[in-house]
Design a protein around this ligand. Structure first.
Ligand SMILES: [Zn+2]
Length: 1077
């Protein structure tokens, strides 16, 4: 419950920052590298839909020296969910006997030290299916089945299939078994991904019974889906013509169709796609597996069925099991399915052919949809890309390339990144560095926000910098810092919200999928030691210079992609689509049109008819007895040093000390708030009197696991004043705890906030990031904006991360040149009003020995802090108009939000609210906004601290229609008929969220946030009881709160100007319009 709310705050950032995780998706080092792949498609917008929502809400992206994800993690520590005892009856039989009997042949067995696991590779004799069975004591069990699915064109078949197979199957004949699992299982991971050449279905759970339920639903889905018989599923998930009335215009609908329209509205995504296709013109990577909205409507149902028949076959499957369950049980479960098939030639047909290297470099120019805000001439993007090799590389070379990538781009102090940003030629970096998730590795780097006449200069700068680095080598401090960062990260193995077993699976799959050794990518320790020794013996230059020369400088397979802003592109694409559809309509007879209208209605009727109870019952579900009655306990001791509270959490952290130093922000002047994020970045990226920022960054990299600084703001229930603070997070090995606190002190007190040029870069980078966020996460911007209209915390956060912040940055860009002294003194003023002992609170998470040991460093740290007496707390007022607002951007899909504070109605928080809002998301909104509305996502969020209940949609083709769905929520609840099974499912799913798996650092952090927001253990226990005893009556009563949102709610939409105009014709003066891009 509270945990869930906390998680919403935190987990959002983990997604964001995981994309800079080791920067590259270097097979070995990438753990959630899937977030870096621009071409990868997830079935649902985010593993946790709610975390999407708070992306901007009141928690800004931490500004960080960390090259990898830091915030929320899921953990290996004991969780309160009881796992089922494993089968004991078969223990007399050895695993080998069982495997043999079930038709599996053991190919290889190895102990993998890096995952403390024994791993066995099997081959299913009859079909050739390959199975990797990894056993260790990790209770967060993972299963995944992966098919090679190389597409021939850009109609998006693999992506549409990925969505469709989860819409009902032989054993589970309901509309969406996947959604039933989302609603009612304890999954720690549930999603599906489409890569350019494979489709991946992973699940995870800590509860064994739950785990096998998930596995069975997924296996039945991939092998026996209804979608190959039922064209309506293909239409719903892929594309179809929609015609509500013969007199209206025909439109395209389909979940994937709209998802991809959203993708194609984002310049960064377009760049990624163009790059991949240009680098690999001759093989399957030359087309878009996700689907080009222009090509998707060319796909036929026949082609779709054939593709499934061909590639979703055991002969073409790689299957992964991981965790502490019984390995024999895994094989039993599998043999049931695999045994029903004969061998096929699929795995030959699905092989990915390598791309041959070019003999001369290539240049590509493309257009992207731009808005007319700002100077178009300065909005070009340019990116240099290399295909690094015509064959796959050995692990040691890959590892060296990953290392090189970190050296070049891993931190703000890395030379290539630094030089590009300092050149003033562009606003922000594009290109992901080394990328090796596909058959052949590539390297990409460039800039966006580039003036037309500077494009050539960017190219020259990249080339000359690489040349210089090859000639001169890297600074030894930089090499040491990268080495420490990489080793720290491997030791910590902090996979964020990703189950560890899944990150191992993706790592292994990176080779296995190409018929190479699946064990090898897991065994990184030896090659790392070798590499370290080589660097020590031969020097870094001997190791890295040849790599740069051979794979980059002297490699003719270089593609330079230039993206030009095009004002007309969005409306032109829109018009082209309308034209095609008009032609389609004019070619239809009256009977055709009637038939299409009927088909539209039939599809909608089917989508809106609930599954019969017996079908719903087919999806296995846990019972309430499987659920622990108490919330997860995090040990917390509160000590006091000189009046400063020290929260200590004694948890096993593998000798790592995690700390958060928190400073109350309430003394800050209101007008300084928007400067806070840049202030945080300046602390980490400006340098002191004795050390420039490069040295400081290297020092942090050499001594610690990283430091990040960011503002945190939230409402506190029952209080008018928000909780608003600056959080400094850091981590280091236990023996380096002294260094960690020293460095935090140095960053807070000694960094000189005087570097005008660097500050100017921060402003442009932040502006570019905000603009990108507006296109890619418009729902987050809408949510932040609604919050800003409804409470002070929301207003505060929006000043530091919403549209207001973007407007501030745009004005600031000018001001940096005109009044730098003024800005510098404001930065200094922020420092003075924040960092004092009186406003400080410290949180430490580690085991007992290190907790005790770090006390002396904490003491010294506190002694060095100024003992400022508190002045008077500033009363920030908030004054955003509560009028409905439409924020326009050039896009083909919208983000639509509506919200109100339901505490205003006198509603008293009860645990049932968590169950109900989750149910509304997974049922009413999923069905109406996504399934029949055609949006990629629709969900609601209840912030229990502020009382704000918000509805949001994601990549939505509709606007007013979606608002009508939101307004219908009250009636939906009142008319709800709910049997016991459904209710139990809803409760269990909620507990699954509340008990979300966390690594120790995340546990300590959640506990800190609970402390800050005044959430007690008693309250947590009470809420849990309320969740467990939620009744249908609670649902009905909640309808009144929903009525309040309908009547009094404020609307914010981030949408295309065309849709806002036509909404304005329907409802006059409904929106205040603000053009943002
Ligand atoms: Zn998708």
């Amino acid at each position: 419950m509270e945990t869930a709310a906390m998680l919403r705050h935190i987990s959002s950032t983990s997604v964001v920052s995981s994309s800079i995780l080791f920067r590259s998706s270097q097979g070995l080092l990438s753990r959630s590298s899937i977030f870096t792949l621009p071409k990868l498609h997830r079935l649902i917008p985010n593993p946790s839909k709610q975390s999407q929502l708070s992306l901007l809400r009141r928690h800004l992206r931490p500004i960080s020296t960390l090259p990898h994800s830091f915030p929320i993690k899921r953990s290996l520590s004991p969780q309160a969910v009881a796992t089922q005892p494993s089968h004991t009856s078969s223990d007399v039989e050895t695993q080998d006997d069982v495997a043999e009997k079930l038709g599996f042949e053991k190919v290889s067995e190895q102990f993998i030290k890096e995952c403390m696991a024994s791993a066995v590779l099997y081959k299913h004799k009859k079909t050739g299916a390959q199975v990797m069975s990894v056993s260790n004591d990790d209770e967060n069990k993972v299963f995944g089945i992966v098919f090679r699915t190389p597409p021939k064109d850009s109609t998006g078949i693999p992506h549409i299939l990925e969505h469709s197979v989860l819409c009902g199957s032989r054993k589970y004949p309901l509309k969406e078994p996947f959604v039933e699992l989302l609603k009612g299982s304890l999954h720690t991971f549930l999603n599906a991904f489409t890569y350019p050449d494979r489709t991946c279905y992973p699940v995870a759970s800590t509860n064994t019974k739950d785990f096998y339920n998930l596995v069975d639903v997924y296996l039945d889905a991939v092998f026996f889906p209804k979608c190959v018989e039922d064209i309506q599923i293909f239409q719903q998930e892929g594309w179809h013509y929609e015609l509500n009335d013969p007199s209206e215009d025909i439109t395209y609908k389909g979940v994937v169709f709209n998802e991809m329209k959203g993708v194609y509205s984002q310049p960064d995504n377009l760049l990624g796609r163009t790059t991949q296709q240009a680098l690999f013109p001759d093989n399957t990577y030359g087309v878009d597996s996700g689907g080009d909205p222009k090509a998707i409507p060319k796909l036929t149902f026949e082609e779709f069925k054939d593709f499934h028949q061909m590639f979703y076959h055991p002969s073409n499957a790689r299957i992964w099991f991981y965790g502490d369950d019984d390995p024999k049980e895994r094989l039993r479960l599998l043999s049931e399915y695999l045994g029903m098939f004969e061998g096929s030639s699929a795995s030959n047909k699905s092989k990915v052919a390598p791309q041959k290297l070019f003999s001369v470099p290539v240049k590509i120019v493309e257009k992207y949809p731009a808005g007319d805000g700002g100077d178009l001439k300065k909005q070009h993007m340019v990116c240099l890309n290399w295909l690094l090799s015509d064959k796959t590389l050995d692990l040691e070379t890959e590892l060296s390339l990953g290392f090189l990538d970190h050296l070049l781009l891993g931190t703000p102090a890395s030379p290539l990144r630094k030089i590009l940003l300092e050149s003033g030629l562009g606003e922000a970096i594009v290109g992901g560095g080394v990328e090796d998730e596909l058959l052949q590795p590539q390297f990409s780097i460039g800039l966006k926000g580039v003036a037309e006449e500077d494009i050539q200069k960017v190219e020259e700068l990249v080339m000359s910098t690489l040349k210089k680095l090859a000639e001169e080598g890297f600074d030894s401090n930089a090499v040491e810092a990268s080495m420490n960062t990489i080793e720290f990260s491997l030791r910590e193995n902090n996979t964020g919200s990703f189950p560890r077993g899944l990150s191992f699976m993706l790592r292994s799959m990176g080779k296995w999928i190409y018929d190479m050794d699946p064990f090898e990518p897991l065994k990184y320790e030896t090659p790392l030691i070798k590499l370290k020794a080589r660097i020590a013996e031969e020097g870094p230059k001997a190791v890295f210079s040849p790599l740069i020369e051979q794979h980059i400088l002297n490699n003719p397979h270089r593609v330079t992609v230039e993206m030009q802003p095009d004002l007309q592109k969005a409306s032109y694409d829109e018009a082209t689509e309308k034209e095609i559809l008009a032609k389609v309509k004019s070619s239809m007879t009256e009977e055709d049109l009637t038939a299409l209208t009927n088909a539209t209605q039939e599809l909608r009727l089917k989508q809106e008819t609930p599954d019969p109870p017996e079908a719903l019952r087919s999806v296995p579900c846990l019972s309430l007895h499987d659920i622990p009655k108490k919330p997860i306990h995090v040990p917390t001791e509160i000590a006091n040093i000189d009046g400063v509270k020290i929260l200590q959490h004694d948890l096993f952290t593998n000798d790592i000390v995690y700390t958060e130093v928190v400073f109350d922000m309430s003394l800050l002047k209101q007008e300084l708030l928007p400067l806070v994020p840049l202030f945080c970045q300046s602390l980490l990226e400006m340098g002191t009197k004795d050390m420039d920022f490069v040295l400081l960054n290297q020092l942090i990299g050499r001594k610690t696991g990283g430091i990040s600084i960011y503002p945190f703001t939230s409402s506190v229930r029952g209080k008018k004043e928000p909780c608003s603070c600056i959080v400094v997070r850091g981590k280091a090995m236990g023996e380096r705890a002294g260094d960690l606190f020293n460095l935090i002190n140095c960053v807070l007190q000694e960094v000189q906030l005087t570097d005008q040029q660097r500050f100017k870069q921060f402003v442009s980078q932040s502006k570019a990031k905000m603009e990108n966020r507006l296109r890619g996460s418009g729902h987050g911007i809408a949510a932040a904006r609604m919050d800003a209209k409804l409470n002070i915390a929301g207003w505060t956060a929006e000043q530091m991360g919403g549209i207001s912040y973007l407007e501030f940055l745009r004005a600031l860009e000018e001001k940096v040149d005109q009044d730098w002294d003024g800005i510098a003194s404001s930065l200094e003023e922020i420092r003075k009003s924040l960092f004092s002992r009186k406003q400080c609170l410290i949180n430490v998470t580690s085991d007992g020995k290190h907790l005790t040991n770090s006390e002396k460093y904490v003491r010294t740290f506190l002694e060095l802090l100024p003992d400022l007496t508190c002045g008077e707390a500033n009363n920030w007022d908030f004054e955003l108009s509560t009028k409905n607002e439409a924020i326009t951007i050039p896009t083909q899909v919208n983000y639509v939000g509506k919200a109100a504070n339901i505490y205003e109605t006198g509603y008293q928080l009860k645990g049932s609210a968590y169950v109900i809002s989750r149910y509304i998301s997974n049922t009413w909104l999923w069905d109406r906004v996504r399934v029949s509305g055609g949006a990629y996502g629709g969900f609601c969020d209840f912030d229990t601290h502020s009382g704000v209940f918000s509805f949001l949609s994601y990549r939505d083709p509709n606007l007013l229609k979606t608002l009508d769905v939101y307004d219908g929520t009250g009636d939906f609840l009142r008319g709800l008929e709910m049997d016991n099974d459904t209710l139990t499912k809803a409760i269990i799913g909620t507990i699954g969220d509340v008990d979300a798996y966390q690594l120790p650092d995340a546990k300590g952090y959640s506990s800190l946030l609970r402390y800050l927001l005044g959430v007690t253990e008693e309250e947590r226990e009470r809420r849990r009881e309320e969740i467990l005893s939620t009744s249908v009556k609670d649902f009905k009563e909640f309808a009144d709160a929903m009525e309040h949102v309908k009547e009094k709610g404020v609307v914010v939409a981030v949408a295309s100007p065309e849709d806002v105009n036509s909404a304005g014709e329907d409802r006059r003066c409904y929106f205040q319009v603000k053009k943002a891009l």
